[in-house]
Design a protein around this ligand. Structure first.
Ligand code: CP3
Length: 345
């Protein structure tokens, strides 16, 4: 069955579209009171992630309420470490916490490559329910963390400004780091393929901690593993978003993928030059949504003008912040739709 709105997929493939598609990273959860109502009826985030019917419900909320051009499956990048044998907790107001981390070779040997059907079947079921309930209105984005970002959490055990415990392993035990990265990569490829089989129309890989590595290490410990993912997934368009990796835009653009995500520090014109013919996604400053409606309109129009009106998927430069008023998000979305339609007339 054909999608009624396939703007996202056409823009990703570099085709001309009537207007610029728009969605927001972290649109499911975080900002909508309707999300919090569902979440508060449960023991917490992890119960919501692992209850397919409810995960599907909160996946579709932003499509109904904000009228975005894509849904992104409600889950988390940390389901992969869990499936490999390293469970996480989500601590209220603090974020993820791993009671056990990877410190030694024997910790690493105990980890398995995720058995997607049995360990991550709940995500696949959530995708199948979402696809059915979306009824082809908009495409569904599947996702995973980049191996390096997942590695950071598995070694560090929690969020961190520096991830220096994780980075220490790159210097003290690089072989072990590579073995862990390979296990994560193998798990991630199997997971993304299963998401596509369950119905994901496009996949996005989030390298949220890309910006903490020097360029030479970024190539060796991150890009090379993302390359394996890019080469292995051929079924649907792929987006790679590496926050802070302004120094690696050219090598990211050399990956076999359709779209490169930009954060808000990255200059648009320079990124066009570095990324060649790839579609670009982004990159309004998430804090711009604290501005007045008029200012949001102005900043969004400026951003659209800089990207030009093709090979662009409008988004923020990172996930929407939790205290942003959904009305401001609507101003952003409506401005993208109206302004880019006018410009395409
Ligand atoms: O985009 C979407 O809306 C889909 C769902 C989604 C979540 N996490 C749900 C979530 C996606 C795509 C993610 C990705 C994710 N998770 C990333 C990469 C993207 C990025 O922002 O850089 C990272 C680094 C994580 C790890 C993670 N999960 C952290 C650090 C936290 C705590 C702080 C936070 O971001 O809110 C989470 C929890 C989390 N994941 C929440 C949601 C809706 C909030 C938990 C809650 O409802 O209590």
């Amino acid at each position: 069955m054909a999608l009624k709105n396939d703007l996202l997929l056409r823009a990703a493939r570099g085709e001309k579209t009537e207007r610029t598609p728009v969605w927001l990273m972290r649109q499911a959860g975080r900002i909508l009171p309707e999300y919090r109502a569902v979440r508060n009826s449960l023991s917490g985030f992890i119960e919501l992630v692992s209850t397919p019917a409810l995960a599907a419900e909160v996946t579709i909320q932003p499509v109904d309420i904000l009228d975005v051009d894509a849904a992104i499956i409600f889950s988390d990048i940390l389901v992969i470490p869990e499936a490999m044998g390293l469970p996480y907790q989500m601590v209220e107001k603090k974020g993820p916490f791993f009671p056990e981390t990877v410190k030694t070779q024997s910790d690493l040997n105990k980890l398995k490559i995720a058995d997607v059907a049995s360990d991550l079947g709940y995500v696949l079921e959530a995708i199948r329910i979402t696809k059915k309930e979306l009824n082809n209105r908009v495409p569904l984005i599947g996702f995973a963390g980049a191996p390096f970002t997942i590695f950071c959490y598995m070694v560090e055990g929690s969020g961190s400004k520096t991830f220096s415990k994780a980075r220490k392993m790159l210097y003290q035990a690089p072989e072990m780091a590579h073995q862990l990265l390979q296990k994560i990569t193998d798990s991630t490829i199997a997971y993304l393929k299963a998401q596509i089989e369950a119905g994901a129309d496009l996949i996005q890989v989030f390298d949220s901690w890309a910006g903490i590595l020097p360029p030479n290490q970024y190539e060796v410990f991150s890009v090379s593993y993302m390359k394996q993912i890019a080469d292995a997934i051929q079924e649907v368009p792929k987006t790679f978003f590496a926050k802070g990796a302004y120094f690696a835009r050219e090598s990211l653009a050399a990956l076999d993928c359709q779209t490169i995500g930009l954060d808000w520090n990255m200059d648009i014109k320079e990124s066009r030059e570095l990324c060649g013919t790839k579609t670009l996604q982004g990159n309004l400053d998430p804090c711009a949504l604290y501005a007045s409606d008029k200012e949001i309109e102005k900043l969004t129009q400026q951003m659209l003008d800089q990207f030009g009106f093709e090979k662009h998927i409008a988004n923020l430069g990172h996930g929407v912040y939790p205290d942003i008023n959904p009305e401001k998000v609507k101003v952003f979305i409506n401005t993208v739709k109206e302004y880019s339609s006018q410009k395409n007339d």
